[in-house]
Design a protein around this ligand. Structure first.
Ligand code: NAD
Length: 270
């Protein structure tokens, strides 16, 4: 454990104890857990938003998407999406995703509530992943609701140069199943996320600035229900006041150490 200082090491030991003692631990993750897989976050120092000039809400809004799709806006939407799509296609689960996956397989985590759309938790071994902001893996026709896979969409955009991609059945635009600003969140996923938040006894918040609602309320619900809150993020978050333990370090360093501490403690007690 020489990658972190003594204070962080002590906190990691406490988090491991909490994970072992808890009966209903959940993870709440955000874009920060995937930056070490090469996918930029939104609001971190190198985030997509941080590098933009204030029109990001418009670009990532459903209205902005529809305007761009109708050819009324600028081509900025594709400019924004293309590098992100390329990163999503090449990204692999990192050490933090894999540590979460192992903790899930050990039965120490009941659910992973994620704001990410990148599918990396699943690829890192976690199950019961609740995607509250959708997924890039599928897309839906905005007219007839026909479903398309990501591969079909990529074939249209990248190979046939069709932007925006249109439905072969009805000719309407096809939108990735990612929640844009101004769109409703998937109601079943949100209901499940809120239920887990109200009933968990430990919530680990990993790599989220906790400013996107309603999911930013999840730690409040967990706290009100008496759960312990752990926040691991490389900068302060909006909900630090709720946390019992805060670590401001990289998740790729901290999560493998949490897993290692859990495994050591469980081995020594068996
Ligand atoms: P955010 O960008 O608002 O916050 C991410 C936080 O993680 C920041 O505070 C940042 O400092 C921290 N962080 C970055 N790298 C880290 C690391 N290696 N270790 C520890 N902390 C790190 O992200 P959010 O709270 O998830 O909200 C942004 C919204 O953007 C979400 O709704 C999500 O749907 C979407 N988004 C998703 C992805 C993805 O799927 N990977 C990527 C970008 C944005």
């Amino acid at each position: 454990m020489n990658e972190v200082d003594n204070e962080t090491r002590e906190k990691i030991e406490k988090i491991a104890d909490l994970l072992i003692q808890s009966k209903n631990a959940v993870i709440l993750s955000g874009a920060g857990i995937s930056t070490e897989s090469g996918i930029p976050d939104f609001r971190g120092p190198d985030g997509l938003w941080t590098q933009m000039d204030g029109n990001e809400m418009d670009l990532a809004s459903i209205d902005g998407f529809e305007r761009a799709a109708r050819g009324e806006g600028s081509s900025n939407l594709l400019d924004l999406l293309q590098p992100l799509i390329e990163k999503l296609m090449t990204a692999r689960p990192n050490r933090a995703h894999k540590a979460v996956g192992k903790l899930y397989k050990m039965g120490l985590i009941k659910a992973v509530i994620t704001q990410n759309i990148d599918n990396l938790h699943q690829r890192g071994g976690a199950r019961n992943v609740i995607e509250v902001h959708g997924t890039y893996k599928t897309a839906t026709c905005m007219g007839c609701k026909k479903k398309y896979s990501f591969e079909q969409l990529i074939g249209m955009v990248m190979e046939k140069g069709m932007f925006p991609p249109v439905c072969k059945e009805c000719g309407n635009f096809i939108k990735p199943d990612v929640v844009f600003f101004g769109e409703s969140l998937p109601p079943i996923a949100v209901a499940k996320a809120m239920e887990y938040s109200k009933t968990c006894d430990l919530m680990l918040v990993l790599g989220s600035s906790l400013v996107v609602y309603p999911i930013a309320m999840a730690p409040n619900l967990a706290k009100q229900a008496g759960a312990k809150i752990v926040i691991i993020n490389n900068e302060q978050t909006d909900k630090d006041h709720l946390a019992d333990i805060i670590i401001n370090e990289s998740l790729g360093v901290v999560m493998p150490l949490v897993l290692e501490a859990v495994q050591r403690k469980m081995k020594s007690s068996s």
